[in-house]
Design a protein around this ligand. Structure first.
Ligand code: ADP
Ligand code: MG
Length: 199
């Protein structure tokens, strides 16, 4: 039910983080179900985690090279997310989500069904993302697409309600851990994270 909006530059580690977050949330759900009575676990709490994004929708990196294809990809993401939000599923939207208008629409989709949301920003210096992207070869984004997306990237801001709560992760820092407890508290317990998470 709750929605996690992932955002970041091409090759900033979004998909890696989405998979890590899915694993951690699933472990937490599992532990809770074991610990609690089944009736309680079923009482409107999330029971599963689903990633919806460019990979699951079959949107290739090339879609970002053409305005219409990109618009279609955004529409597909929005409708897939809107369909997936159900009472008991945490949806992770793994796509660039670099336009604030799209993040606003995703936020509205979560609100429409009365659920929570948060934004996870895979922050990385542009030069570093460019280097990793080039290393990926065919698996990465075309160099021109990378530059266009980097130039158009609209960073999330905790000042905007649709970008809040905002968790900023410093990518490729081996000491940087996903703040699972704070994300869980925001999504499931509707508790705002401590101020140092809001950047
Ligand atoms: P995105 O989904 O944002 O395009 P990916 O998660 O696919 O990015 O990661 C891009 C590349 O960076 C991949 O080759 C991945 O293995 C690598 N990568 C991701 N996270 C890390 C990390 N924490 N440290 C080092 N390399 C990473
Ligand atoms: Mg990806």
């Amino acid at each position: 039910m709750p929605l996690v909006i992932i955002t970041g530059l091409p090759s900033s580690g979004k998909t890696t983080r989405a998979l890590e977050l899915k694993r951690l949330l699933e472990a937490r759900i599992e532990a809770r179900i074991e610990a609690e009575a089944e009736a309680e676990a079923a009482a409107g709490q999330p029971l599963s985690v689903q990633i919806v994004g460019d990979d699951s929708l079959g949107v290739g990196h090339a879609a970002y090279a053409a305005a219409q294809a990109e618009k279609d990809a955004r529409g597909a993401l929005l409708s897939a997310v809107s369909r997936a939000v159900s009472r008991q599923t945490i949806v992770i939207a793994d796509a660039p989500n670099y336009i604030k208008g799209l993040r606003y629409q995703l936020y509205c989709a979560a609100r429409e069904v009365g659920t929570t949301h948060c934004v996870v920003h895979c922050a990385i210096p542009t030069a570093e993302a460019r280097r990793i992207n080039a290393q990926r070869g065919a698996a990465g984004y075309d160099a021109a697409v990378f530059e266009a997306l980097a130039a158009r990237y609209e960073e999330p801001s905790a000042a905007a309600r649709w970008d809040r709560p905002l968790f900023t992760l410093i990518q490729h820092d081996p000491d940087d851990r996903l703040p699972l407890a704070a994300i869980w508290a925001a999504l499931v317990e509707r508790r705002a994270p401590p101020p140092h998470f809001a950047t």
